[in-house]
Design a protein around this ligand. Sequence first.
Ligand SMILES: [Fe+2]
Length: 203
Amino acid sequence: MDRQLTTTGKVNRKFEIRGINHIALVSSDMQRTVDFYEGVLGMPLIKTYEIGPNGRFGQHFFFDMGSSSLAFFWFPDAPASVPGVTSVSSLIGSVTAIGTMNHIALDVDADRLPEYKARLEAAGVEVSPIVHHNDVAPALGPDALEDVHESNWVSSIYFRDPDGIHVEFAGWTRLFTEADIACKAATAADAEGWSAKRDAITA
Ligand SMILES: [Fe+2]
């Protein structure tokens, strides 16, 4: 991907990573997954594959999402998903377990979010309000996310696929700068008492 995201000049000098080749998720019903990703989202099915002798271990299908692909496994013996653990439990999103894929964000033009929201809703998909992610904390409550602030860096809508997999349409709204990498990364040791400590900082 040669689209520029930052003005910092930082580049990967270790590996020539060209973007995502594919992300592999797990479906409970491959036909329903095809109906959603190809039928509703319009992503062409580009590869179907059955795993193991006579496909005994399941299926692996790939959809074209532009410069990369989105893949699904269907395993006849897959464990059930657990909302709030393996996938989000709400439309705007939620905590999920360590190691899970919390959500997938498909890149779109932010200016087209109103049109895309209407198109998804016409197809019967429940869609979140358009959310403008700003650097200012939403101190006024979740509704503040619906306000565009000058620090806005990405705008989004959220919805879920038939298995509850959280999907986002996201459009970057500006280039990043050094000011965008000011947060100190938390460690496992920071977890205990984190919320109370953060409340104390802003109190
Ligand atoms: Fe996101």
